[in-house]
Design a protein around this ligand. Structure first.
Ligand code: PMP
Ligand code: GLN
Length: 397
């Protein structure tokens, strides 16, 4: 062994810790905590879709499918987009299958962003956006939404756009805030894209998980937006099978092409048996797809009411798997990272610190809880929290 120090990894990526989801799920397992942290559903997996996978696993195919996705899944995604959102999507020219939405996001940033391009992002944001935007050489221009209503600050948005803007990263419904962008905000954002000749990456993985009679509206459906938007979907969220990691990108051919170039060197393709089961599910499980929001809305209300009874201040949430709660009425022992650790270790309930969804200077008083869990898990978590805080287990207030 020489004395020269070993060369190390990429400085930007090496500067990040392990993702908060992995960290908190590990901690939950270590302490036997009810895991309301990482966003995966429980007790909602559709048995028929799983059975279809079992059949295809026996019969195949099992070799590399086209890098664009299997014809059956591309057709099923195109039908899905036409049926639910009225988008004139053609399977052979507008759809590419990816290994989950996470890969789709990375392919979009790597394929569309030139070093020095500015990317407008909205905080709080999903944790994979900033690292990959920066790794692609993009310069994030961050606009912040504030709790409890997470209203879009238009003047700040206008100030964030400019001649160097390449992309807007828009997530709706949002993780973690559960905000669903309405027609006025979307029209405003569409006008910004046109004014600055910018594109949008639209992370719509929670497109079917919208509550209280609200409606999801893809930005892509607004006039002039079909040529500017890349729309990302996830079978993991549609079928409550997050480990399957099957996603897709829908875009006009000219926009899809650079994304294809990134995808072909990232994962190239996605397991064909999974693609087959997802295609079959999209075509046959409409009742499941359309019924899921009703089931989750009840779970949201169950958890929200219970957390309020314990003493949390619960923020409204109109979509996604998540609600955020202000824990300051119960605890004054530190920030949200300290709180979520304390809660896992002492109360045996896990949540995610909302500061993980910010680039810098995050608020430190909110915890994100996932309500896509069984009633039994929600009730057990609430009982533990009630006992813990009722017994002043939270320490000083
Ligand atoms: N975007 C958002 C907003 C998410 O919450 C998630 C959660 N997993 C993803 C993307 C990634 O989806 P997938 O599991 O399909 O990669
Ligand atoms: N999207 C999930 C969440 O927000 C987690 C995905 C992951 O673990 N990377 O909890």
């Amino acid at each position: 062994m020489g004395t020269t120090p070993l060369k190390t990894g990429n400085a930007l990526l090496s500067s990040f810790g392990t993702t908060i989801f992995e960290t908190m799920s590990r901690l939950a397992a270590q302490h036997g905590a009810v895991n309301l942290g990482q966003g995966f559903p429980e007790g909602l997996e559709p048995p028929d879709v799983i059975e279809r996978l079992a059949e295809t696993a026996r019969t195949g195919p099992h070799q590399y499918p086209s890098m664009m996705g299997t014809p059956a899944l591309r057709e099923a995604v195109a039908r899905h987009e036409r049926t639910y959102w009225g988008l004139p999507v053609e399977a052979s020219s507008h759809v590419m299958v990816t290994s989950g939405a996470t890969e789709a996001l990375a392919a979009c940033f790597l394929g569309l962003v030139e070093p020095g391009d500015e990317v407008v992002v909205i905080e709080p944001l999903y944790d994979s956006y900033l690292p990959i935007i920066r790794r692609a050489g993009g310069i994030p221009r961050i606009v912040r939404l504030s709790p409890p209503h997470w209203t879009l600050p238009r003047a700040e948005m206008e100030a964030a756009f400019g001649p160097k803007t390449k992309l807007l990263m828009l997530n709706s419904p949002t993780n973690p805030a559960g905000k669903v962008y309405g027609p006025d905000d979307l029209a405003f954002l569409a006008a910004m894209l046109e004014r600055w000749d910018a594109l949008a990456v639209c992370d719509e993985v929670y497109e079917h998980l919208v509550y209280d009679g609200q409606r999801h509206i893809p930005l892509m459906t607004l006039p002039g937006m079909a040529e500017r938007c890349v729309k990302i979907g996830s079978a993991g969220k549609i079928f409550s099978l997050t480990g399957w990691k099957v996603g897709w990108v829908v875009a006009a051919p000219a926009l899809l092409h650079p994304v294809i170039k990134a995808h072909q060197y990232l994962t190239f393709t996605t397991p064909p048996a999974l693609q087959d089961a997802v295609a079959w599910g999209l075509d046959t499980q409409r009742a499941y797809i359309e019924g899921l929001a009703g089931v989750l809305e009840k779970r949201r209300d169950r958890l929200a009411e219970g957390l309020k009874a314990v003493g949390f201040e619960v923020m409204p949430t109109a979509g996604s798997y998540f609600l955020s709660a202000d824990f300051r009425p119960l605890w004054a022992g530190g920030d949200d990272q300290a709180f979520c650790r304390h809660l896992t270790e002492q109360a045996k309930v896990t949540a995610i610190p909302v500061s993980a969804f910010y680039g810098a200077d995050p608020p430190g008083h909110l915890a994100r809880f996932c309500f896509a869990k069984t009633d039994a898990a929600i009730d057990m978590a609430l009982e533990r929290l009630g006992r813990f805080f009722g017994g002043r287990g939270g320490g000083p207030r």
